[in-house]
Design a protein around this ligand. Structure first.
Ligand SMILES: O=C(O)Cc1cc(O)ccc1O
Ligand SMILES: [Fe+2]
Length: 453
């Protein structure tokens, strides 16, 4: 079902030559875009008077003094400054959207957990009311850790806008299509794509094709960046040119509207008389982005053994400790399996990091049954897990030749912090009570006989 949206009224910049319509290619580089000719000042940021009577305003995504290779900011030229967009703030309740630290007393997070897809109910839900927090980790106030959410969207936000001062959001759709109308332009998002909406950026979310469901990683810490490729070199994994940044788009609409702000885990609302999506031109490197996961080029073992899943890292959000991420976003997609004399699925293991997984489509090799599209699993810090009985027997006895793992796309939000279940995850979401039984029938094979396999 295609749904008409308000955003058809947005005035968009012409798309630069050679780019996909509405987007500019790149990640972390400097962009410039204007929806009206000449709206972007040249050679300086703060002319005495901006063209078209626009106001200049900077959005800083890193500290002013962050090292230059990490420094991110964007200059916006807009109809009104943001401060005119915020009157008195009133606290509001979004009871299903939780922030760390949130450790419910009567919920245990120590265990292996798996959920069926959270079903769409009868209620109408927007991006804000349909956000369901599953886990939280770290502390939103000290800007470390993350939360994982499921979103269920049946309705567009109408004259309603949002920004998170707490976090950037990494969005992983699983069903339905959404349109993110942001201050810096429009991102249309479908399953097999991801988007990042930066901290502080105002937007509304429209439903293009619904109902929509997906996963969100809310990153309280340092921004997601591309991982270093080390000896792999300059190519493969996620390539910068496959990321897409929207061109400038604005609306000049005088309608009573609300802006909701997430700030230190609390939600506040303010009323304004116009659309805040009024940035006519911008330049900078702090911006929303989308990425098509089918452009991710996996690199793997081409002779024997199963490497650590870090080879599949799409994006990493560093913590203060080198090599130990606040969050890694890891993708398990279609690929060839060729390793000889090897148990090919993931090995049994315990991990100091906490692994939250979601299935976008198809079958995951370690869990041929039970981990279904839209479903999630959590293997928390230092809790053992690995292939279920079927996967173990199948892979141990398979005739090994080159084999294509086809029709498969799952992902992992892996964090250095333990993840705590919310009441929703423990009591309302479709938790599989029998999940741990998938390992129960793994029998003892050892009988002391050398050469027994
Ligand atoms: O537990 C999982 O399924 C995720 C995972 C995959 C893999 O290939 C190696 C380690 C790992 O944690
Ligand atoms: Fe794992």
């Amino acid at each position: 079902m295609n749904i008409p949206t308000k955003s058809d009224e947005l005035t968009r910049a012409a798309t630069p030559m050679g780019t996909t319509e509405g987007y500019m290619p790149g990640f972390g580089n400097d962009f410039e875009t204007e929806a009206l000719p000449g709206a972007l000042p040249q050679g300086m940021n703060s002319p005495q008077k901006c063209d078209y009577g626009l106001y200049g305003e900077q959005l800083s995504g890193t500290a002013f003094t962050a090292p230059s290779h990490q420094n991110e900011r964007t200059w916006c030229y807009r109809i009104r400054p943001s401060v005119k967009h915020s009157h008195r703030y009133e606290k509001i309740d979004l009871p299903y959207w939780k922030s760390a630290p949130h450790i419910p007393q009567d919920v245990t997070s120590l265990g292996q957990y798996r959920w069926d897809p959270v079903p769409h109910g009868d209620h109408k839900l927007t991006w804000l009311t349909g956000m369901r927090t599953m886990t939280t980790a770290g502390d939103v106030n000290t800007q470390v850790g993350m939360a994982s959410h499921i979103y269920l969207v049946t309705d567009s936000m109408v004259d309603a806008y949002f920004y998170s001062a707490d976090s950037e959001l990494l969005i992983v759709p699983q069903e339905g299509r959404l349109r993110f109308c942001t201050e810096l332009g429009v991102i249309d998002l479908a399953p097999q794509e991801i988007a990042i909406i930066p901290r502080g950026l105002v937007y509304r979310v429209e439903l293009l094709d619904g109902p929509a469901r997906g996963f969100v990683c809310e990153n309280y810490g340092q921004k997601f960046e591309l991982p270093g490729r080390g000896p792999i070199g300059a190519n493969c994994m996620a390539n910068r040119r496959d990321f897409k940044i929207p061109v400038a788009a604005f609306e000049d609409r005088e309608t009573p509207s609300t802006v909701t702000i997430k700030w230190c885990g609390q939600f506040h609302e303010t009323r304004i008389g116009h659309s805040p999506l009024d940035v006519v031109a911008w330049h900078g490197n702090y911006c929303p982005v989308k990425y098509d996961l089918t452009t991710y080029c996996p690199v793997g073992a081409i002779l024997f053994d199963h490497p650590d899943p870090s080879i599949f890292t799409v994006l990493t959000a560093p913590s203060g400790v080198e090599g130990t991420a606040n969050i890694d976003f890891v993708l398990f997609r279609e690929r060839w399996m060729v390793a000889e004399n090897t148990f090919r699925p993931p090995w049994y293991h315990k991990n100091v990091m906490s692994e939250l997984m979601g299935n976008i489509y198809g079958q995951y090799d370690a869990k041929p049954k039970g981990f279904i599209p839209g479903g999630m699993s959590l293997h928390n810090m230092m809790l053992p897990h690995g292939p279920d009985k079927n996967a173990f027997e199948g892979a141990s006895n398979a005739e090994l030749g080159p084999e294509k793992l086809d029709n498969t796309m799952s992902f992992m939000f892996e964090t250095r912090f333990p993840q705590h279940l919310t009441e929703f995850a423990a009591k309302e979401a479709p938790l599989q009570d029998d999940y741990i039984d998938c390992w129960e029938s793994l029998e003892k094979k050892f009988d002391g006989t050398p050469g027994r396999k």
